[in-house]
Design a protein around this ligand. Structure first.
Ligand SMILES: NC(=O)c1ccc[n+]([C@@H]2O[C@H](COP(=O)([O-])OP(=O)(O)OC[C@H]3O[C@@H](n4cnc5c(N)ncnc54)[C@H](OP(=O)(O)O)[C@@H]3O)[C@@H](O)[C@H]2O)c1
Length: 297
């Protein structure tokens, strides 16, 4: 009887997803079909607007909120810091307050860019943060707002997300590989690419076993952007002809950007794996799937 009640409760889970046109939200909506999903675009719900957030809660009465809405343009955030703060911190705070008032959980995404990248072993959740760009700072401020206002939260710090939908490094390399014979890619920054669908799958699993807190989650095996680009091109060549003939390794100093990036950005995910009994995928498998999906008409 208890089992049936539990099942019914799960079936009735009404998930409100913000920022529903983003790359992660796209995967969430595809995967969450056993739940009732209310996926709201930026136009339908601007999380900066506290009244609009309250109205959305009144209208849809969700049981859980997954906040994928964010200001994610890392370089532009340097000049648009107020807008980045408004979305990444004030927006997260608005959702946290609304979730706390209605006693429902908030699942939220944050980033490896809360760290400065000077460590040379994987970052744990307990390591001190020290963001080196505005995006990372505003994401950390958003985390703090959530921890302050909503005790029932899972904040998942993820890194270097790629998927079929939206803008990401994989799509940029695929485009450049069609246009150019030589690509010059940064080879002195280490990160862990993470497939968007794996994050979506993982987040949905946490609904069944909520253990509130801040966690790290990324694809397994660190890589440089240069390694990542090489594999993207290698896998893409199995599907299509490309113009690119060579990929040159360069340093981050050779490729100046408005926002600094951490040199070493590997997340230790052992706490998350242990608490939720989740095995992380190797990002190469995810990459193969994404490139196959993008190459299939
Ligand atoms: N992408 C990565 O490599 C990466 C790495 C680490 C962490 N993350 C985190 O993972 C989460 C998901 O990232 P993603 O890659 O899926 O991002 P994304 O593709 O850029 O999607 C973000 C979505 O948020 C929407 N949005 C922006 N401002 C909003 C507002 N005020 N109200 C409501 N919606 C708003 C955007 O809509 P418009 O485009 O219409 O503005 C967009 O659809 C974010 O929290 C991000 O910080 C991402």
């Amino acid at each position: 009887m208890l089992f049936i009640l539990y099942k019914v409760k799960l079936l009735m889970t009404k998930i409100l997803i913000t920022g529903s046109q983003g790359q992660l939200a796209y995967e969430l909506v595809q995967l969450a079909n056993q739940h009732q999903v209310i996926a709201l675009t930026h136009q339908q719900l601007d999380i900066i607007n506290q009244t609009a957030v309250q109205q959305a809660f009144d209208i849809y009465q969700p049981n859980i909120v997954i906040n994928t809405a964010a200001y994610t343009q890392v370089d532009l955030a340097e000049q648009n810091s107020e807008q980045a703060y408004a979305v990444n911190c004030t927006g997260a705070k608005n959702l946290a307050i609304a979730c706390a008032e209605t006693h429902i959980p908030l699942l939220h995404l944050s980033t490896d860019y809360v760290f400065n990248g000077t460590k040379n072993s994987p970052y744990q959740e307990t390591d001190p943060v020290s963001p080196i760009n505005t995006y990372g700072l505003t994401k950390w401020q958003g985390e703090e707002a959530i921890r302050t206002h909503c005790s029932q939260h899972i904040i998942l710090r993820v890194s270097s997300v790629f998927g079929r939908h939206g803008q990401n490094f994989v799509k940029t390399i695929l485009r450049l590989a069609q246009e150019k014979e030589t690509l010059r890619i940064v080879a002195d920054q280490i990160m862990c690419p993470t497939p968007a669908y794996a994050i979506a799958e993982t987040l949905l699993k946490t609904i069944n076993k909520p253990q509130w807190g801040t966690y790290h989650y990324c694809g397994s095996e660190p890589a440089t952007w240069y390694d990542f680009a090489n594999l993207i091109v290698q896998f893409a060549k199995e599907h299509t002809q490309l113009r690119v003939k060579q990929i040159e390794p360069i340093t981050a100093a050779d490729f100046p950007t408005a926002a600094k990036r951490p040199a070493y950005s590997v997340l230790d995910c052992s706490q998350f794996e242990k608490n939720f009994n989740i095995k992380r995928p190797h990002w190469q498998t995810g990459l193969k799937n994404v490139i196959t999906a993008l190459s299939t008409p």
